[in-house]
Design a binder for this molecule. Structure first.
Ligand code: HEM
Length: 537
């Protein structure tokens, strides 16, 4: 019998999104909004019609996996069935798949005070997004919020809602989403990627001296180094042999913030805080170190920027993110600090894990690796510093990253708190209901993709024989709409630049070629070390 998995799901900050079919943003409510692609599946603009409402079944009629168990016994039943076990938490994606198969693409999970609707249908996802309103809302990231409240810190872009979120988002979307601003970061990203290549060369070890033994951790460092170069305009030194103390404390604490978030959510972050458990203390300490060091760096940067009397951009034309936020005069210093630190929290393991999965996929498809090498050589040549124009022409590269995110979306689910009564798949969904959309399962649905479990980037290339005209709402690794991933362009830039440099220099191979399944630890991660070797060309 299926297990009920996922009390843990309420915590998934995963939460994420924008669909990548979008090529251009259009302004809406002061924000850059994803444009619905012109497509056979394109959406309308209103939530449920009067007819849909009239014929809809009541909310209580939604299939419920534990529906036969009296509500007062459901927590006990979930525990008894193993839904709260470590193993179940690691396999949330598989558990969800089993329930979707048994109960269909929409069902309700109501256990104790926890009440959520699960959805795995692109048309219904489109309906859901129509009802998200001006201030879309995700499920609360409780441990992060509780730390802020306790420490008297502001809520940034991830944690805020309503008007405060809108203000944060409006100011931050300018430096992070506008292509011309992201284009200016390519130099910094290229710098970090070049250092990463040197770092890989210096740390390779193993039997034949080509394996990066702790690749996961090394990519984590690369991602943090890249995002701090972009946001703080300052290198942390994480790719040096001798990492400065502050940088080491920062990365250890950032790592701890992300890993302990999982622990403090069981059974509930509020209870963990109330009883001041060891896990809570660890989580709180990690946050306080991140804030202490982060604020110090940001204060230094802002002081320097003021001294140079920078306006929106610094002298060499590179984006100075903090100055842009500061000069907007819309956010307080505390709000700037909070959002910047949240951006870092969201930028590190998402990007590093996506690169890891991509390298794994390339190891398994040497033919594709060759084609990518040819594309990179043709577009960039061997030695040049990369530019935005180069990146625009790396079509196979983009398709590869896109395919990685289809099969391995780090945020395997995303949530919305419905802002108005609506109808989904023929059921009434009252306002304030949390709906969790299964990004992972929609993107592996055989009704949506040919051979969905096959890694085939060619399906995204219009010029290729295998090109598929796919449903835009079946592919949501960056979430959707005005609340979608604000770091999407930055992430894509970082991934493209480092991947290009890797294929220029190395052929990648797994030490022992094998299939590596994914597990769920808040995000979708490989279940074991990848053992990737970097052989010089
Ligand atoms: C491959 C890398 C990444 C993936 C797959 C990813 C995915 C997501 C997803 C699915 C969401 C939720 C969107 C929604 O609810 O509709 C999200 C939100 C967010 N992401 Fe990313 N992300 C990535 C990289 C980044 C980077 C590099 C940054 C920072 C520069 C970032 C910053 C954020 C922020 C701040 C939000 C919340 C936006 C808001 O609430 O308005 N992400 N991301």
């Amino acid at each position: 019998m299926f297990r009920i998995w996922a009390l843990k799901q309420r915590f998934s900050w995963g939460i994420v999104g924008r669909w990548l079919h979008t090529r251009r943003g259009v302004k809406s409510q002061g924000l850059v909004r994803c444009q619905t692609p012109s497509h056979k599946y394109s959406s309308g603009s209103e939530a449920a019609s009067p007819e849909q409402r009239e014929t809809a079944k009541p909310f209580s009629a939604l299939p419920q996996p534990l529906g036969a168990v009296p509500p007062s016994l459901r927590v006990l039943a979930a525990w008894w069935m193993g839904a709260l076990s470590k193993e179940a938490r690691l396999n949330t994606n598989i558990q969800f798949g089993t329930v979707f198969k048994e109960y269909g693409p929409i069902w309700r999970n109501k256990i104790g005070s926890f009440d959520m609707v699960h959805l795995c249908d692109p048309d219904a996802a489109r309906e859901l997004f129509k009802s998200e309103g001006k201030y879309p809302e995700r499920i609360d990231v409780k441990p992060w919020r509780l730390y802020r409240e306790g420490a008297g810190k502001a809520m940034g872009i991830i944690l805020s809602n309503d008007k405060l979120w809108h203000k944060n988002r409006t100011v931050i979307s300018r430096p992070l989403l506008r292509p011309q601003n992201v284009a200016r970061t390519v130099g910094k990203v290229d710098d970090v990627a070049s250092d990463m290549i040197q770092h890989i060369l210096s740390i390779r070890a193993g039997a034949d001296g080509t394996e990066v033994l702790d690749l996961e951790n090394e990519l984590f460092k690369w991602a943090l180094e890249s995002i701090s170069a972009i946001l703080f305009n300052e290198r942390m030194g994480l790719l040096q042999d001798d990492i400065p103390d502050d940088a080491r404390d920062f990365i250890d604490s950032m790592h701890s913030v992300l890993t302990t978030a999982n622990d403090v959510m069981i059974p509930d972050a509020g209870l963990q805080k109330l009883f001041n458990t060891k896990s809570w203390q660890k989580h709180q300490k990690a946050w306080s170190t991140v804030f202490q060091i982060g604020e110090r760096v940001m204060e230094r940067q802002l002081r320097r920027a003021e001294e140079r009397q920078t306006r929106s951009e610094d002298d060499d034309g590179h984006m100075d993110f903090l100055s842009l936020l500061n000069n907007s005069e819309k956010l307080t210093k505390e709000e700037i600090y909070a959002s910047t630190i949240e951006l870092m929290g969201a930028a590190i393991d998402t990007t590093s894990t996506t690169l890891l999965w991509t390298l794994y996929a390339l190891c398994r498809r040497p033919d594709l690796q060759d084609k990518l090498y040819q594309e990179v050589t043709q577009v960039i040549g061997q030695d040049e510093v990369m530019t935005w124009d180069h990146l625009k022409n790396l079509h196979l590269m983009k398709a590869i990253i896109k395919e990685t995110l289809r099969l391995y979306p780090v945020a395997f689910v995303m949530t919305r708190v419905v802002q108005q009564d609506t109808v989904l798949m023929g059921y009434e969904i009252p306002a304030k209901t949390t709906v969790m959309v299964s990004i992972y399962h929609m993107a592996r649905d055989p009704k949506m993709y040919k051979d969905p479990d096959e890694y085939r980037p060619e399906r995204w290339l219009r010029s290729a024989e295998d090109y598929e005209d796919t449903h835009p709402y079946a592919y949501l690794p960056f979430g959707f709409g005005t609340r979608s991933c604000i770091g999407r362009r930055v992430a894509e830039t970082e991934l493209q630049v480092l991947l290009a440099k890797i294929v220029q220099r190395f052929v990648v191979k797994q030490r022992e070629p094998r299939v590596i399944p994914a597990v769920t630890k808040t995000i979708l991660l490989p279940s074991e070390k990848m053992n990737i070797c970097f052989m010089e060309r």
